[in-house]
Design a protein around this ligand. Structure first.
Ligand SMILES: [Zn+2]
Ligand SMILES: [Zn+2]
Length: 478
C-alpha cells in the first residue's frame, strides 16, 4: 500500500493525496494551488499521476484548495465516483461554478470582447462544462460516522472536522484476512469551539494519520474578544454616522457574521435600525445550504431552528442578489453594514462600495479574514494611501480595522487537543502548512509522544505496512 503527496506538501494549498491499495487508487482531495499568478500556473502542471488511473475521489470539504482541481481531473480523463458529505457536494457545486466562471472571464475570446484580456495566465484549467460533468460523478452522500464501501475490503468513514459545514476527516480502512489498516486524513480542522458547528470528533484509533498544520506554530486571539471588538466597531461607526464595509468570504465567515448580528440584535446589544446588506449571491446561496442542514450545526443553532427561528435572519437584513440591487446600497443613507465579496478585496462587489466610501472618514473598512500577499486588502492594511478602483484614484481615509480571531482553523492548541483524543499512531505525516508551522508543530507533537513524524515533499511516495487486526494502541500524554 502506497501513499503519495501531490499537493499541500510543504505548503498550504493544493491538497491532493493518493492512496494506492493493490491498484485501487483513491485520491483524497483534488485542490487548487492558490496565491498569485505563479501559484495558479501550478494548477496547469501534470498531477503527478495519470488522472484516468484514479479509481475514486474522496473529498474532505468544499474549500477551493481541496476541491478546486477536480473539474480539471475530470477534463483530463477521470470518470470514477466522488464521495463526499451532502453539504460538501452542494457547497462544492457553488464554489466550482464560481471558479470556472472566473477562469472563463480570462479566456482570450471573452477578454477581447470586454477589452480586458490579460494574456497572463488564468485561462484556463477548466470551464463550466467541466464542472457540470464533475457534479454528475458525485455518488450517494456520506454521513458522519457511517462507513461507505469503496471496493471489496476498502471502506471510508467521514468524521466531523468542525471546519466548515460538511467538513470531514476521513478514515480509510483496508481489511484483509488477519489484517486491518486504518489511515486517517484530517482534512482541515476547525477551532476548539467553532461558532456555528459542533467541534471535531475524530476516531480514537488509526495506524497512520495525515494531518493539516496551517496554524501549527501559533495561537489565535480569543474568539470572544474578537466578537467584542467587532461589536465596538459597529457601534462607533453607527454613532459617527458612517457605513461599515466588511469584505467577506462566502463560505462560513459570512454565516458567522449573520449569526453574531442576529444574536446581538436579539440581546439588544446592537444599536440603531440601519440596514444590513448581504451583497453576494454566492454567500446568499451558501447561507441557504447552511439553513438546509440544521442537524449539522451547533446545538444552540439547532435549538433555534426547532423553534422555527432562523439563526441567520433578522428584520434589518437584506439579501442583494442582482447588481442593480447592489447599486442601491450607495443611496441607502449614511448608516449601513455591508457584507460583500471578495474577502481579500481582490475583485467583486466590495470594490464598488469601497470606491464610494474610501474617502469618508466616518465609515469603517473591517477585515475579518486573512489578507494574502498581492491582494488589495493586504496593500490597504499595510498602509497604502491611495487606491485605484475601476479606473478612479481614491485617497484612503476610511477607518481601518483588522479583527483576527474569527479563524475557521484550529490553532496549535486545538491541533494538539485533536491529537490528544486519539491513540498514538504508527506514523504521522504533516501537511498543509508553511515550513515554520510544520517544523514547530512537529517538535510539539514529538514532545507529546508521537515519535514517528514525517513531513513529506511534493510528489513523495511512502510505503505503508499493513497491520495485524488485533493491534492495541496507547493513549498519548497530553
Ligand atoms: Zn478549508
Ligand atoms: Zn485547506
Amino acid at each position: 500500500m502506497q501513499l503519495s503527496f501531490h499537493g499541500a506538501a510543504s505548503c498550504v494549498t493544493g491538497s491532493c493525496h493518493l492512496l494506492d491499495v493493490d491498484g485501487f487508487r483513491i485520491l483524497i482531495d483534488c485542490g487548487m494551488f492558490q496565491g498569485g499568478d505563479e501559484m495558479f500556473r501550478s494548477n496547469l502542471k501534470p498531477f503527478g499521476f495519470a488522472p484516468d488511473s484514479i479509481s475514486a475521489v474522496v473529498l474532505t470539504h468544499a474549500h477551493l484548495d481541496h476541491c478546486g482541481r477536480l473539474p480539471y481531473l475530470v477534463r483530463q480523463g477521470f470518470s470514477g465516483p466522488v464521495y463526499a458529505t451532502s453539504p460538501t457536494r452542494y457547497l462544492s457545486e457553488i464554489v466550482l461554478w464560481d471558479a470556472a466562471h472566473l477562469q472563463e472571464e480570462h479566456l482570450p475570446e471573452k477578454g477581447r470582447q470586454k477589452g480586458t484580456h490579460r494574456p497572463s495566465s488564468r485561462s484556463t484549467a477548466y470551464r463550466i462544462a467541466d464542472v457540470i460533468d464533475t457534479m454528475a460523478l458525485f455518488v450517494r452522500a456520506a454521513e458522519y460516522d457511517v462507513p461507505v464501501n469503496l471496493a471489496p475490503g476498502i471502506d471510508a468513514t467521514f468524521y466531523n472536522a468542525g471546519h466548515i459545514l460538511g467538513s470531514a476527516s476521513v478514515q480509510i480502512t483496508v481489511s484483509r484476512p488477519g489484517r486491518k489498516t486504518r489511515i486517517l486524513f484530517s482534512g482541515d480542522l476547525g477551532p476548539g469551539q467553532p461558532a456555528l458547528l459542533a467541534p471535531a470528533s475524530p476516531p480514537e484509533d488509526s495506524d497512520y494519520v495525515v494531518m493539516e498544520t496551517t496554524y501549527g506554530d501559533r495561537l489565535h486571539r480569543s474568539f470572544e474578544e474578537s466578537k467584542e471588538e467587532l461589536l465596538e466597531v459597529l457601534s462607533d461607526t453607527y454613532s459617527r454616522g458612517g457605513k461599515v464595509l466588511i469584505p467577506t468570504f462566502a463560505v462560513e465567515r459570512a454565516q458567522d457574521l449573520l449569526f453574531f448580528f442576529r444574536e446581538w440584535k436579539s440581546e439588544g446589544r446592537l444599536p440603531g435600525r440601519q440596514p444590513y446588506f448581504l451583497d453576494s449571491p454566492m454567500a446568499i446561496n451558501v447561507t441557504h445550504i447552511y439553513e438546509r442542514f440544521p442537524m449539522l450545526l451547533a446545538d444552540r443553532l439547532l435549538e433555534q431552528f426547532k423553534k422555527r427561528k432562523d439563526p441567520f435572519l433578522f428584520p434589518e437584513l437584506k439579501f442583494m442578489r442582482t447588481v442593480d440591487e447592489s447599486r442601491t446600497i450607495a443611496g441607502a443613507g449614511p448608516r449601513a453594514v455591508v457584507l460583500a465579496g471578495s474577502g481579500m478585496v481582490s475583485g467583486g462587489r466590495i470594490l464598488y462600495h469601497l470606491a464610494q466610501e474610501a474617502e469618508n472618514p466616518r465609515s469603517s473598512l473591517v477585515f475579518v479574514g486573512y489578507q494574502a500577499e498581492g491582494t488589495l486588502g493586504r496593500a490597504i492594511l499595510e498602509g497604502r494611501k491611495t487606491v485605484r478602483i475601476q479606473g478612479v484614484e481614491k485617497d484612503v481615509r476610511i477607518g481601518l480595522h483588522s479583527i483576527n480571531g474569527f479563524s475557521a482553523h484550529a490553532d496549535q492548541a486545538d491541533l494538539l487537543k485533536w491529537c490528544g483524543s486519539m491513540k498514538v499512531p504508527e506514523r504521522v505525516f504533516l501537511i498543509h502548512g508553511e515550513h515554520r508551522s510544520l517544523s514547530s508543530f512537529r517538535e510539539k507533537l514529538e514532545n507529546t509522544g508521537w515519535k514517528n513524524v514525517h513531513v513529506p515533499a511534493l510528489h513523495e511516495t511512502v510505503e505503508l505496512t499493513e497491520k495485524m487486526s488485533s493491534r492495541t494502541g496507547r493513549v498519548a500524554k497530553r
